[in-house]
Design a protein around this ligand. Structure first.
Ligand code: GDP
Length: 296
């Protein structure tokens, strides 16, 4: 599970503080050194760690904490608040169009979990009373269309496809007309992915964006790739502009470096987390709940 290693190490650092009763500045600084190492071992971005620890030190080495009757608890509370802040602070929701359909464009590299996430998101939105149309606009990956159709069947929501011979821009535009005439209030477009970011991919995504003006561009990244995921997010955001991130495979990511870095590095919120391969394994991302997982 996510944050396993980090949670153990922080627990260790704070247990030492708890055993001490009153704390000196030296005690707090010692604990923060351990926090810093633990975060680096969890593959959190170096600059993010530096800023984070400095901020905590400023807050925790003050008079209020050191003279408090429960100083260790105070330090833990501060770390909890700052971890929450690091992951975006408050929960960030999808923007729905005031005039439906809401158009959601999914982007990401091949293998990140994009197509699976389209199915999961459709299920989640359906449970919230929406009627999403899934759109197969990844015309390159063999079996992507079929995969989406299977997901659509499972979720019992329609899938729009024009095969793999049409331009993704035309497919996306036709899908929106289809949604308008069939009462689908959300359109989720599964776009192409590649193994690496390249100009052709970005051009195609930019063209789709320009043609359909999505209300929401969600970037799907694999949390298990750590800082690579952060770099991918930065690149996509610079080239395409994204509104939020979906971090997949959190169930297999024991370290959590991407989750803790991506929103401070890119300035974009993590809107959803993937916690498994099943359709029900997509959850809204709550920074405060994730911070509590770390601190137990
Ligand atoms: P795409 O190429 O980005 O469309 O990737 P896919 O949707 O085909 O997913 C690639 C693999 O990742 C599949 O085997 C999915 O089952 C798996 N996957 C996607 N999301 C998650 C997740 O949150 N947790 C786990 N464990 N596996 C996931």
């Amino acid at each position: 599970m996510i944050f396993e290693g980090l949670a153990d190490k922080l627990q260790g650092a704070f247990d030492k503080l708890k055993g001490k009763g009153k704390l000196s500045e030296k005690d707090v600084k010692g604990a923060l050194r351990e926090v810093k190492l633990a975060l680096l071992e969890a593959d959190v971005n170096f600059k993010v760690v530096k800023k984070f620890v400095k901020k905590i030190e400023e807050r925790a080495v003050g008079h209020e904490v050191l003279t408090s009757l429960t100083p260790a608890q105070q330090v833990i509370k501060i770390v909890n608040e700052e971890l929450t802040e690091l992951m975006g602070g408050t929960q960030s929701k999808i923007t729905f169009a005031s005039n439906p359909p809401t158009i959601i464009m999914m982007a990401g590299l091949q293998g990140a979990g994009k197509t699976t996430t389209v199915g999961k998101l459709a299920k989640l939105l359906k449970s919230q009373g929406k009627n999403p149309l899934l759109v197969a606009a990844d015309i390159y990956r063999p079996a992507a269309i079929k995969q989406l159709q299977v997901l659509g069947e499972k979720v019992e929501q329609p899938v729009f496809t024009m095969g793999d011979k049409q331009d993704p821009v035309d497919i996306a535009k036709a899908a929106i007309s289809h949604a308008e005439s069939n009462g689908n209030d959300v359109v989720i477009i599964d776009t192409a992915g590649r193994l690496h970011i390249d100009e052709a991919l970005m051009d195609e995504l930019k063209n789709v964006k320009k043609a359909v003006k999505p209300h929401e561009i969600l970037l799907v990244v694999d949390s298990m790739t750590g800082q690579d995921a952060v770099n991918v997010a930065e690149n996509f955001d610079q080239a395409l502009g994204v509104d939020g991130v979906v971090l997949t495979k959190l169930d297999g990511d024991a370290r959590g470096g991407a989750a803790l870095s991506i929103s401070s590095v890119t300035g974009k919120p993590i809107k959803f987390g993937g916690f498994g391969e099943k359709l029900e394994d997509l959850r809204e991302f709550h920074p405060d709940r994730m911070a509590s997982r770390i601190l137990g």
